[in-house]
Write a protein that binds this ligand. Structure first.
Ligand SMILES: NC(=O)c1ccc[n+]([C@@H]2O[C@H](COP(=O)([O-])OP(=O)(O)OC[C@H]3O[C@@H](n4cnc5c(N)ncnc54)[C@H](O)[C@@H]3O)[C@@H](O)[C@H]2O)c1
Length: 385
């Protein structure tokens, strides 16, 4: 696939618009389809404003880029596309139905990709007569700004579909990583403890939201603390992802959702979008101050970080991705200050294991079990890099 490939994008919401912007900026003709005309108009207005700002910075010619996008309500307009990337509602039945329909519109060689965050690519592909042309291409929000894209071949996906898709997204100057078709792929799996362990620390009464956020940003170097980030994502959205991942892992206690987050969500305290979440964003309300106790802060950071590292090691243990891709995914997809496996090497794998074992012994919960790969590497005196 080259610049002459026409790119189809289905769904003109936040993700679809962003993906269309990337493809058009890279010189492709783009067909952007949404059922809803109002959404299309909104998407067009938003893209015009973003592209005009980029033109002012001398980065591109806005009229030229927008001129390459055809906004349409008609899915049949995809007939000449070399690839269609679907970014509609996160519902398996709807996606399956749409993939079945798409296959009858496009040519035999067209790749059909889904931007799903949590559904299995195998189940989406199963709706098609030629499932070898179906693949997961998972962008992060906002798509034009976040460098990472996870490429997820299903068991049915052909080698050719995988190679062509990855090459195209690499040509769009994105950082691609290859992930197995398992719940949460890389990022949404490995990142679970960033939220879950922070909530647990709060529930145990060890520290308040502001102190946990302070420990993770000031001492850990993370760009945002977990509670600030959950308020930004929305507690409703973040809670649903956690619940979905938990169920998809056959209720592995490591991914157990938290009542604190559930109650915040039930109360309508979604975060920034509703004016209140873990913090109150109403005008004139002062933000709570953290307790800047370095010893406490270090304990908080250590506990969350060990759980994140354990998750990254376990993803490697189960061949979800290569060690390089696991570290790239977390630094380029969610801006972690370091790759978790490289960070583990720096801390010392023996130290990581000792801390995890001490939590496992104290709590007696499966949630804290160290990954077998960590034990094996400590026993053999190995490092990741
Ligand atoms: N928002 C994120 O942070 C994010 C990140 C990565 C992946 N995703 C995934 O991307 C997909 C889209 O997410 P979003 O946040 O952009 O959603 P969104 O709600 O902003 O947009 C979805 C759009 O799809 C349209 N749509 C629904 N059914 C359709 C159909 N049958 N045909 C054509 N259009 C249809 C809707 O009108 C809507 O405009 C989901 O699968 C989601 O899981 C979202």
């Amino acid at each position: 696939m080259d610049k002459h490939t026409i790119v189809g994008v289905l769904g003109a919401g936040s993700m679809g618009s962003g993906i269309a912007q990337i493809a058009a900026t890279e010189g492709h003709q783009v067909v952007l389809v949404d059922l809803n005309n109002q959404v299309l108009n909104k998407s067009k207005a938003k893209l015009e404003s973003i592209l005009t700002r980029l033109e002012e910075k001398g980065k591109l010619n806005a009229a030229e880029v927008i001129g390459r996008i055809k906004f349409s309500e008609n899915i049949s307009d995809f007939f000449e596309c070399g690839i269609v990337i679907e970014a509609i509602v996160e519902n398996l039945e709807v996606k399956q139905h749409v993939f079945e329909e798409l296959e009858n519109i496009v040519s035999d060689t067209c790749i059909l990709a889904s931007n799903t965050s949590s559904l299995s690519i195998a189940s989406i592909a199963s709706a098609c007569q030629n499932p070898e042309k179906v693949i997961g291409i998972h962008f992060f929000n906002p798509a034009p700004l976040m460098p990472l894209v996870e490429i997820i071949p299903a068991v049915q996906t052909s080698e050719k579909t995988k190679e062509l898709s990855r090459k195209l997204i690499d040509d769009w100057k994105k950082v691609t990583v290859l992930a197995k078709d398992t719940p949460g792929f890389i990022v949404n799996r490995v990142a679970r403890p960033f939220y879950g362990e922070a909530l647990r620390i709060y529930e145990e009464g060890i520290a308040d939201f502001a102190t946990i956020d302070w420990a993770m940003t000031e001492l850990g170097g993370f760009r945002m603390g977990p509670f600030t980030l959950m308020d930004y994502i929305g507690n409703d959205v973040n809670y649903t992802v956690t619940e979905t991942v938990f169920a998809a892992f056959y209720y592995d206690p490591r991914y157990k959702p938290s009542f604190t987050q559930k109650r915040h969500s039930e109360a309508g305290w979604y975060g920034r979008k509703s004016g209140r979440g873990y913090y109150n964003y109403a005008e004139g309300v002062e933000m709570p101050q953290p307790t800047k106790d370095e010893i406490l802060g270090k304990q908080i950071l250590d506990r969350i970080l060990m759980m994140l590292i354990n998750e990254a090691v376990d993803a490697l243990f189960l061949n979800i991705a290569t060690k390089e891709d696991i570290d790239l995914a977390m630094t380029k997809g969610v801006n972690y200050p370091k790759g978790l496996l490289a960070w583990a090497d720096e801390i010392g794998l023996k130290n990581v294991l000792t801390k995890l074992e001490s939590m496992f012994n104290e709590y007696g919960e499966d949630r804290y079990r160290p990954s077998p790969l960590l034990r094996r590497m400590v026993r053999d005196g190995k490092k990741f890099f």
